[in-house]
Design a binder for this molecule. Sequence first.
Ligand SMILES: Nc1nc2c(ncn2[C@@H]2O[C@H](COP(=O)(O)OP(=O)(O)OP(=O)(O)O)[C@@H](O)[C@H]2O)c(=O)[nH]1
Length: 626
Amino acid sequence: MHSAIDNLGPEHLQTDLWQSTYSLAGEAYVHAIVEWLARHLRAQRVMVARAIDLPVTRVRVVASTQRHAPDSFALAGTPCELVYRGQRLVQTSGLGQTFPQLCDTGSDSFHGYPFLDDQGQCYGHLAMFFADSTTLPDWFDTLLEPITARLGAELLHMEQQTRLEAAERQLALHNRVLRLTTQHTPLKQVLDTLLNGIEIDHPGTLCSIMALDRTGRFLRLLSAPSLPAAYLAAIDGVEIGPEIGSCGAAAYRRQRVIVNDTLQHPYWAASRELALRFELHSCWSQPILSGDRVLGVFAIYHHLPSVAGANDFAMIEHVSDLVCQVLLHHETMEALRLKSEHYQMLLRHGADGTVVLDREGRFLEISEGFLKQICAEGPEAIMATRIWDWSANLEPSDILKILQSHHDQPLIFQTAMRHVDGSLWDAEITATAVEIDGQSLIWASARDITERKKLEAALLREARLDSLTGVANRGNFLQALQKEVTRARRYPQPLSVLMLDLDHFKNVNDQYGHSTGDDVLRTLCRESAPLLRKEDLMGRLGGEEFAIMLPHTGVEEAAEAARRLLARILDMSVQVPEVHDRIHFSCSIGVASLAPEDADGERLLARADKALYQAKAAGRGCVKVL
Ligand SMILES: Nc1nc2c(ncn2[C@@H]2O[C@H](COP(=O)(O)OP(=O)(O)OP(=O)(O)O)[C@@H](O)[C@H]2O)c(=O)[nH]1
């Protein structure tokens, strides 16, 4: 059967076409042509479509006379598939037999016209379906030629327009994501924004981003705004491997893994149930790489099996590059944040007090530890002071010298510091020159060494004193005597020494016990002390033998002092616990004064010892002078 236009002349049609479309362009023109053809040819269905991607497997319907026509359809098994080989296709009858999937449509005849680009590649087509077998007259082909050329041009223009708009949207999204990233927006929010934008721009897609964890073995979910929560729970923490789904495999292989049909692909063998349950029939995964390092995986899912084309690959690569930048930025910021938190923690909670000072001694930072050390309640009042307000023994000029000197190594020194109430504490200061933000500053830590100092002093004292009696020990006494001999010679000044030895002390020990003997030694020293001047020094030379150094004292004076001391000693007594009685004791004393022939202190001491020997020989309990 011929078509309805046989009754209309080409001139009439040409005029009608011009009237129907002269003011139209773009999509409106395409729609008008489709309607015009359907009306005049009494076609069952007229449609214009364009290729979605290359190679062409699906086409998008741009205009159709069929109500509720799908947005797009797969070419396989349709007469349109043949048009995309680049040639006009006319089947005047028997369409249902040639293309069984069209049986139900009631179409018997098909006329298809390809739109070809410069390389002869078909990028769109015009299709007309007729319920009856239909042949179009040759003159109609001539009439149609400029129409198909214009349709093709409009399609190209629309395509460019669409691409331009998509590129603008992509750029806007890209900028938005980067802006959010630099504004320190939480990572999930940045990635959600990106994936939402992609899903709006690519209807039917569901996106996800997963990060490879520290072990490099497991993927952790970062963002997937549209995928079902139960599915996400199932894949969060998935281990990577050469054939573990799309994402696990992409991360492991460091290559894009495109699974067009999850129910068929071997990588999804173990997850088929999951894919079925959530109707996820395709999954394209792209590893997010920074050099050799895998940061994570970007994935796009579809509810239908979907073949990825060149445009999809370009988009996937663009998105994963962007995500890579976002993740690296986040990683850097996170590392900085941690570092700064560690420093703040050290500054706040370190046992040592820490301050940051400028080179003029002003406080820039004060740690909790330092506030505790100076017993201050808060930093406010302290910030207004200068570091030397807290030093007890350094002048501001000394401190300025330290602050302004250029030292490569930390400067460590001990100094006395003040508490807020003015009392003192000992500090060991470590001052380090640091460069912060281009400014040359001093980072100083103060350790409270008050207790350590006390301990050191006690140890020093112990090392110089006799542990039983508390008077100077032999070494300390001899050292002091030697010093005094030197001084007495230089100025010159008299100097005398008493040698003192308890009489029959062995008997005390034997009779009353060693502890009573100790008590006698302690009593002797303790009760002799008030008789000595500040500059005098008593020392225990050993056992029950003592010496007393009397600076600025001549022999007569010394003998007098010895006699006074002896009289006092004879009065001394100690309690003997067992006998409930006190016992007395006596001693002998030898006196010698520094003479020109005394080579040193020991020599002087030897002469006093000689005098002591004489006192013992003279019956004890007396003073002898040499
Ligand atoms: N309790 C006590 N006894 C000491 C200590 N050091 C030495 N002695 C005793 O002092 C006594 C000294 O005895 P001797 O050297 O015989 O002298 P002495 O008995 O005092 O006799 P003369 O010096 O000759 O009067 C000994 O019994 C020592 O054990 C001490 O730290 N504590």
